[in-house]
Design a binder for this molecule. Structure first.
Ligand SMILES: C[S@@+](CC[C@H](N)C(=O)[O-])C[C@H]1O[C@@H](n2cnc3c(N)ncnc32)[C@H](O)[C@@H]1O
Length: 267
């Protein structure tokens, strides 16, 4: 940055956090200006710096690009749980990608940490704990949402609690994405964190995020069951058109699923 500009902005007097907020605001303006241009999502993710599509990060870009395309030009409401950042950096990388990709979207984002410095324009920020049912109830009141992305703590218990709290607030035809579900398989410490996963062969796996959604996936064909279905799973299954399992991702598409069997229960 030029010396005179730095001086005018009192750049050297700012903390690293304040500098990162200022840079975020600049990038937000670029994102807003660029959004009608229709640039590809993967390119925008790389520009924003989110680890969702990076050689040393996740490879979610192609999946998101395909799944989010139908929502692109609509005035959607998008919620993301997990903003990122550190004590020195304000985070919000994926939010820049969403704001640049969806020119008409209103975005709500939340985090355990206070990231309110990023709020403004089409972006609302909440500070909350996704492991707290009261916090999740208040978040649901910000809905209904067309797209919900859970990129928060990645604990199975939180992923399931959050889905159950927010599913009613997902609009008909809406998309719910859970990232980093590999933690369902981690029943030993990985990366210094004690995850709440289970071995896939064990009975306990059914209580993990992947295990629970696999069971729910069975119920999408509830019309073909010869025996009574699990009532709680059936209530969800009737409102889910599709569940997709990708590498470390689960995508749930909401929609009526009440078609009757052409055989079972018919005279
Ligand atoms: C992987 S980062 C999010 C990255 C961001 N979505 C991106 O792609 O640039 C995960 C975030 O979840 C937040 N988080 C962790 N536990 C949480 C909880 N219990 N409730 C809400 N947010 C939480 C962390 O503070 C962290 O900022």
């Amino acid at each position: 940055m030029k010396r005179w500009l730095k001086r005018a902005l009192r750049w050297d007097e700012r903390s690293d956090y304040e500098k990162s907020v200022a840079l975020y605001r600049l990038r937000y303006r670029v994102a807003r200006a660029a959004s009608p241009a229709g640039l590809g999502l993967r390119r925008l993710m790389r520009w924003a710096g989110t680890d969702k599509d990076r050689p040393d990060g996740h490879s979610y870009g192609p999946v998101y690009a395909e799944a989010l395309r139908p929502y692109r030009w609509r005035a959607i409401r998008l919620l993301e749980i997990g903003i990122g950042g550190t004590d020195d950096e304000a985070g919000g990388r994926s939010l820049l990608a969403w704001l640049a990709y969806f020119p008409r979207a209103h975005v709500v984002a939340c985090d355990l940490q206070d990231r309110s410095a990023l709020a403004g324009g089409r972006l609302v920020i909440r500070q909350l704990n996704q492991g707290d049912p009261g916090d999740l109830g208040r978040l649901a009141a910000d809905g209904p949402f067309d797209v919900i992305i859970d990129d928060g703590s990645h604990l199975s218990a939180h992923q399931l609690l959050t889905f159950r709290a927010l599913f009613d607030g997902l609009a008909e035809g809406g998309l719910y994405v859970i990232e980093d579900v590999q933690t369902s398989y981690w029943h030993r410490e990985v990366g210094g964190v004690a995850w709440d996963g289970a071995a896939p062969q064990s009975e306990a796996f059914g209580a993990t995020c992947v295990g629970w959604f696999l069971e729910l996936a069975k119920h999408l064909n509830h019309a073909e069951f010869l025996d009574p279905a699990d009532p709680a799973l059936l209530a969800y299954a009737r409102q889910i058109r599709r569940i997709t399992f990708e590498h470390n991702l689960i995508l749930i598409q909401k929609g009526h699923n009440d078609a009757r069997s052409n055989t079972v229960g018919r005279p």
